[in-house]
Design a protein around this ligand. Structure first.
Ligand SMILES: Cc1cc2nc3c(=O)[nH]c(=O)nc-3n(C[C@H](O)[C@H](O)[C@H](O)COP(=O)(O)OP(=O)(O)OC[C@H]3O[C@@H](n4cnc5c(N)ncnc54)[C@H](O)[C@@H]3O)c2cc1C
Length: 342
């Protein structure tokens, strides 16, 4: 029986975060299908909180590497810790959340173990003892199912693809693994990040709000209204706590330094040459809905669009609902309704 290890880098409060608990769901589904027992590997400053979570989630054994050097992301310490846990647990399959921390350290650990790694995995299955993983290629246009004979096989699951599991804490003993930390060249001095309300890309948001180039175009009164557009869009993001996406045309305009929407960057771009985020719902405004854009909506479950043009791309099977309307008027009304709610 192959040992299936769920490996997690802990949050700053010492817990298993949402992405980590999604990886537990993924690992547990394999254990259930194969009749294997669930083994955890935890890496962090202190393991007590996460170990109790693991106990509640049905951990059979919990291996851990702990200490102040393992509190924050650093390739050398993270890869060493992961390698030590995988060797001690004799893990054949290692499932971890595809966070930036894990994506940086685990491919190196897999190489040192003589194994293989697959990233951006969106699904897992096991049939007659054979494990398959699913991932997308070519900008999410082709879905492949992969199987590997090589072990250990490190599998990084994309956040948002599995439900995060939860359970009441339960006691479990931690098998601590000592790791000799070499001289460290990298010191983490802190984090710099924009204030929460200045951050427009929110992967966990219920709704993706897409702004297209129409917001900057001349409107029926013969004038462009970029400042009003900016107020409406930011007002909606604040009210609905939505994530902001943009069409390529709109983010390119911003990149050229034109007086458009100052908060819109290429990181917001959705589509073939942009991002393919996962949100339950999406609302496109002033965006034509051309194929190179809508291909980035592949994982948005419920799609709506507001466009003046009844023949826009959304009308051709790309959206569930198209409102043929002026987005300035619609969003002003929606924002008013949202502020009444608060
Ligand atoms: C190789 C390649 C890769 C590409 N990759 C991407 C990509 O990753 N992402 C991407 O987005 N595009 C991509 N494109 C570009 C894509 O084909 C479109 O050109 C682009 O998405 C158009 O952006 P838009 O819909 O915002 O602008 P426009 O085509 O200018 O559409 C503006 C829309 O706004 C509407 N509008 C105007 N005023 C209002 C109003 N008041 N209320 C409601 N609606 C209004 C108009 O009716 C119009 O439909 C790519 C193209 C190529 C060739």
């Amino acid at each position: 029986m192959e040992t299936i290890l769920v490996l997690a880098f802990l949050e700053t409060d010492g817990s298993l975060g949402k992405a980590g608990r999604e990886a537990v769901t993924a690992g547990r589904s394999l254990c259930d299908a194969l009749g294997a027992s669930l083994v955890f590997g935890l890496i962090g400053e202190s393991l007590t909180t996460a170990a109790q979570q693991a106990g509640g989630l049905g951990a059979n054994r919990v291996f851990g590497v702990a200490g102040p050097e393992f509190a924050t992301a650093r390739y050398v310490t993270d890869a060493l810790a992961a390698e030590a846990i995988c060797r001690t647990a004799q893990a054949a399959i290692v499932v971890a959340a595809g966070t930036s921390r894990a994506a940086r350290a685990l491919p190196g650990a897999a190489h040192r173990l003589g194994g293989r790694v697959d990233t951006h995995v969106t699904g897992l299955a096991a049939e007659s003892g054979t494990i398959s993983v699913t991932r997308w290629y070519y900008r999410q246009r082709m879905e492949a199912v992969l199987q590997r004979a090589r072990r250990p096989w490190v599998i990084l699951v994309d956040p948002g693809c599995f439900a995060a599991c939860d359970a009441a804490a339960a006691p479990v003993s931690i098998e601590a693994i000592p790791v000799q930390v070499p001289a460290l060249r990298t010191t983490v001095t802190g984090f710099q990040s924009p204030a929460a309300d200045a951050q427009t890309i929110r992967p966990d948001a219920e709704l993706l709000f897409v702004a297209g180039a129409g917001w900057t175009k001349v409107q029926s009164d013969g004038k462009a209204h970029a400042p009003e557009a900016a107020d409406l869009i930011l007002g909606f993001l604040r009210g609905a706590k939505a994530s902001l996406g943009g069409s390529k045309s709109l983010v390119d305009l911003s990149g050229e330094g034109q007086a458009v929407l100052p908060f819109m960057t290429h990181l917001n771009q959705i589509g073939q040459t942009g991002a393919t985020p996962r949100h339950p719902k999406g609302l496109a405004t002033c965006c034509h809905g051309e194929e190179p854009h809508t291909v980035g909506w592949r994982f948005i479950n419920e799609r709506r669009a507001v466009n003046l043009d009844p023949n826009c791309g959304w009308a051709r099977g790309k959206a569930d609902v198209l409102y043929v309307a002026d987005a300035f008027a619609v969003m002003a009304k929606v924002n008013a309704l949202l502020s009444n709610d608060q």
